[in-house]
Design a protein around this ligand. Structure first.
Ligand SMILES: [Cu+2]
Length: 257
């Protein structure tokens, strides 16, 4: 690497993308996804024929898998994993006759042919019905919000930070996640660099699904998405990266209807 490239990576690292940067190099790490994470596809017809993930290193297909699962934990792919060697990509074809509107989880696990290391991950995408107007969809969303109260919990961490974590609504589908961080003396935590959520559902074998929250005010972060793709017990791990201090890690166990 020449000096310019090194400088670029160092700046990337210092500027707070350390975690993402690190995950993107070494082993067979994903580069592109189709469908893409959190994509909202406007009809079943518009769903691509295959789910495809390309990697930084060539995967070994005999020791790898991609599964696309609906919210009833049923596979909607044809279990026909194929490697395109030149693209370092794996794909499975999708059985659209099994697909409808809803949230889908793509679960992948890959053994790198180059270094023998295993990497895995999950992400979600959604299929909606473009024939109903956005107003009607909002109405449906509103109705589902009405019948389900949200999840809300406060935890005081060993370093005297109170994390308040809310999920609205606490059911399968699109949710809004809110996090606020304040010290026990009432002052807001100001030196936050990044907040990450990691979703795991061990019983359904889903996850880890990782995403960064968006800042909307000092010490206040939110994320909207269909991460909770099935019911059951979800472990949601929050990582708050602070400038000049240790990361705060806190797990919330959430029962989703
Ligand atoms: Cu490796």
């Amino acid at each position: 690497m020449n000096a310019v490239v090194v400088t670029f990576f160092v700046i990337l690292f210092i500027s707070g993308n350390g975690l993402l940067f690190w995950q993107a190099y070494g082993h067979a790490s994903p580069i592109t996804y189709e469908p893409s994470p959190n994509e909202i596809i406007d009809s079943v017809q518009s769903v691509p024929d295959k789910a495809t993930i390309s990697f930084t290193e060539t995967p070994e297909p005999r020791a790898s898998s991609i599964k696309v699962i609906n919210s009833n934990n049923e596979r909607v792919d044809n279990d026909d994993l194929k490697l395109v060697d030149s693209e370092k990509s794996l794909s499975v074809s999708l059985d659209k006759s099994k697909m409808a509107t809803g949230t889908y989880t793509t679960d992948w696990i890959v053994l790198s042919r180059e270094d023998g290391h295993i990497t895995k991950g999950s992400y979600v995408f959604s299929v909606v019905d473009s024939n109903i107007t956005s107003e009607e969809q909002q109405q449906q969303q509103q109705n589902t919000s009405d019948v389900s109260s949200g999840y809300s919990k406060n935890v005081t961490t060993p370093d005297n930070v109170i994390l308040t974590f809310d999920i609205t609504p606490n059911k399968v589908g699109q949710n809004t996640f809110n996090l606020s961080a304040a010290y026990t003396n009432g002052t807001v935590v100001e030196n936050i660099r990044n907040v990450y959520l990691e979703f795991n559902n061990p019983v359904k074998n889903l996850g880890p699904i990782v995403d960064a929250m968006e800042k909307f005010d000092t010490g206040k972060y939110y994320l909207i998405g269909n991460y909770l793709s099935q019911d059951g017990n979800w472990e949601i791990e929050i990582t708050v990266q602070r400038i000049g201090e240790y990361d705060i890690n806190q797990q919330f166990d959430v029962e989703i209807e």
